[in-house]
Ligand binder design. Structure first.
Ligand SMILES: Nc1ncnc2c1ncn2[C@@H]1O[C@H](COP(=O)(O)OP(=O)(O)O)[C@@H](O)[C@H]1O
Ligand SMILES: [Mg+2]
Length: 636
């Protein structure tokens, strides 16, 4: 028994150095683990978070910069330039003395910079490798997974955050989740790139005119509504800022035009009045004076009689168009007689109808031989009513049809925001004629008084047949007059009836395109141009991928047409020559936001409108009386 105990004692005494060594090793190992693991876990956590959120490497770089900044700040405050090192030392000491929680905390603090840099470096390398396509299908999976995560994140931000309508000089459309660049980016560009979370449209770009393309239900109208509100806020901010600068003085209007937002819905239809009213409500919620927000033709009329004679003739002729060449000529002649009369053009439909009268015309044109002969020709009757009588009926009918829409209403100068609804799907001819008149009115308004105008044409294809030409003209003219045109259509082909006109229209639009989901994405992608990408090829050894491969730099579409075809609803690609920004549109929710301070507090806000040239009821009564009397005269 005693020998057994003794033997064990000897054994123990022999093995104690081994045990002591292993104890020290275990202690050191746990200290090292306690010190290193927090750093590794921080780095891994950062990478994991970036992976989960679909972050690009530049976001981790920003975190590195932020950590570096705060480290430097802490160093300055503690007067210890190498405090992370000292903190780490403390952590090691604490670990040896068994203060584990304190040791772990200090270890995290001491290695934060290192961990952040390591995470960034690793994520940068990894994303680059995946983007290069070296890893084959895994690369594609990575790209798609990260894209879906970023999209989900953008959508979450839309729900949770209040997206601003505008930033100085820029309109905010929604949340951005990706950018594709046309050129390789240099290190400086990459480092200086601001990861702004929004799709922003600079006002200067809008000035160059923009096209919007997207199929039904993709969210065009929602986008355009937001665009109009954002533009209004941004343009008003500039307007108010400039007009509060004292040196502008009396020439304020020349150098500082008042913003005017016009939204034309060319589709019309049953929901048109509601859509119009909700747009106007949104503009009023923004802070615009309700008296200066118009809804045409449901609540306000415009006034085409203020147009100069030549445009007035053309507009009337377009509105009362007949297919018959002979009558068309006679009508033009009659319009010349009535509108160009030496005693001035008519100022309302009543005045116009009054003038379609042989005696009145003869009186006006006394001394003008040619015109007097025309009057005789127009009144000559060959059985049936004379051409003049036919025209009288035609125009009387026209004014009844138009329902006084353009008749002695308010001038465009009266409005800061105007919604124009045209019955494109119901009556295309009337809609096209009205669109032409609106464009004439706008061109006249911009030429005579200085306004800064955003002219949005939604569902352009509903009127583009006759109007395409005048819109192209408007686009080409408007830049010098201070207007921006935004044209929206359901497809690339909907932008104009012929390829030539389409090319001309898009050629004049230098402000890029806003593209939503569209099936016919080929031509759009072609317009956007290409960028250089690397294409990786692998050699096969039997059926396995071998270690040899090739890389080729080649052109690929800057705007991927397949991606456009499969784009989720409400997503948009903002296509510029140098870059494509992908994002989700934030719908405008007037209940979620306060009125815009710049507009509400502006002294210019409540500029009194001039109002209707002739009150509506009086106009109707006068016209009815005029037509009744005249027709009675004829039948007698
Ligand atoms: N960004 C968005 N977020 C949520 N819903 C949207 C968004 N954009 C559009 N919608 C909804 O989708 C539907 C169709 O949008 P709309 O703008 O009318 O499309 P389009 O004009 O292209 O036919 C509408 O009911 C609208 O409320
Ligand atoms: Mg729409």
């Amino acid at each position: 028994m005693a020998t057994a105990i003794r033997r064990r004692q000897v054994k123990l005494m022999r093995s104690w150095p081994v045990m002591a060594v292993s104890g020290v090793v275990a202690a050191i190992a746990s200290v090292v683990a306690a010190i290193l693991l927090p750093g590794v876990a921080t780095a891994a956590g950062l990478v994991g978070w970036a992976w989960y959120r679909g972050w690009p490497a530049s976001k981790l770089r920003n975190i590195v910069l932020a950590v570096l900044g705060s480290t430097a700040l802490a160093a300055a405050m503690t007067a210890d330039p190498i405090w992370p090192y000292h903190t780490l030392e403390t952590a090691i000491r604490q670990a040896f003395s068994g203060q584990w929680p304190e040791a772990v905390t200090n270890a995290v603090g001491g290695q934060l910079v290192l961990a952040a840099v390591a995470a960034w470096w690793w994520w940068h390398r990894y994303t680059l490798r995946m983007q290069s396509g070296v890893a084959g299908e895994r690369s594609e999976k990575h790209a798609r997974r990260q894209l879906l995560r970023r999209q989900r994140e953008a959508q979450r931000r839309i729900r949770r955050e209040i997206t601003p309508l505008s930033r100085p000089g820029r309109v905010v459309l929604g949340h951005r989740y990706e950018s594709t660049y046309g050129e390789v980016r240099l290190a400086g560009e990459y480092l200086l790139a601001k990861d702004r979370p929004w799709i922003e449209i600079p006002l200067d770009r809008l000035q160059l005119h923009t096209a919007v393309i997207g199929e039904t239900g993709a969210g065009k109208t929602t986008l355009l509504t937001r665009l109009s509100a954002g533009w209004t806020e941004a343009a008003w901010a500039e307007y108010v800022r400039r007009s509060s600068q004292p040196e502008s003085g009396s020439t304020v209007d020349q150098v500082n035009p008042r913003p005017l937002t016009i939204f034309v819905d060319a589709k019309g239809g049953r929901e048109a009045p509601d859509a119009a009213r909700s747009w106007a409500d949104a503009m009023e919620a923004l802070g615009l004076d309700p008296r200066r927000v118009g809804v045409f033709p449901f609540e306000q009329r415009l006034n085409m009689w203020q147009l100069p004679p030549r445009q007035l003739r053309a507009s009337l002729h377009a509105l009362a168009s007949t297919d018959h060449e002979y009558y068309s000529r006679l009508q033009r002649e009659l319009l010349h007689l009535v509108v160009d009369a030496p005693d001035g053009p008519p100022t309302s439909s009543v005045g116009f109808l009054k003038k379609i009268n042989p005696d009145a015309l003869r009186r006006s044109w006394r001394g003008y031989e040619t015109e007097l002969q025309s009057i005789e020709a127009l009144t000559a009757s060959r059985g049936g009513p004379s051409p003049m009588a036919a025209d009288l009926m035609l125009f009387a009918d026209l004014f009844r049809l138009l329902g006084s829409d353009f008749d002695a209403g308010r001038p465009l100068a009266d409005f800061d925001a105007l919604y124009i609804s045209l019955p494109g799907t119901v009556d295309r001819v009337v809609a096209e004629a009205k669109a032409s008149v609106v464009i004439e009115l706008l061109a006249y308004e911009l030429a005579t008084s200085s306004r800064r105008c955003l002219f949005i044409l939604d569902e352009f294809s509903a009127v583009s047949g006759e109007v395409a030409g005048s819109v192209i003209g408007l686009v080409e003219r408007l830049r010098s007059l201070g207007g921006s045109v935004v044209v929206a259509a359901q497809s690339y082909e909907g932008l104009a009836p012929t390829p030539d006109e389409r090319e001309r229209l898009l050629g004049a639009m230098g402000g890029g395109m806003l593209v939503m989901r569209t099936q016919n994405s080929g031509p759009v992608a072609q317009r956007a141009g290409t960028r250089r990408v690397s294409e990786v090829g692998r050699q096969l050894a039997g059926t396995e991928e071998g270690s040899l491969g090739t890389v080729r730099r080649q052109d690929a579409f800057l705007l991927n047409p397949d991606r456009l075809r499969r784009l989720p609803e409400h997503h948009v690609a903002y296509v510029l020559p140098e870059e494509v920004q992908w994002g989700v549109v934030t719908p405008l929710e007037p209940t979620k936001r306060l009125p815009s301070e710049v507009i509400v507090e502006s002294p210019q806000r409540a500029l009194p409108p001039a109002g209707d040239a002739v009150p509506y009821l009086q106009l109707c009564a006068d016209r009815q009386r005029e037509v009744d009397e005249r027709l009675r005269g004829w039948s007698a």
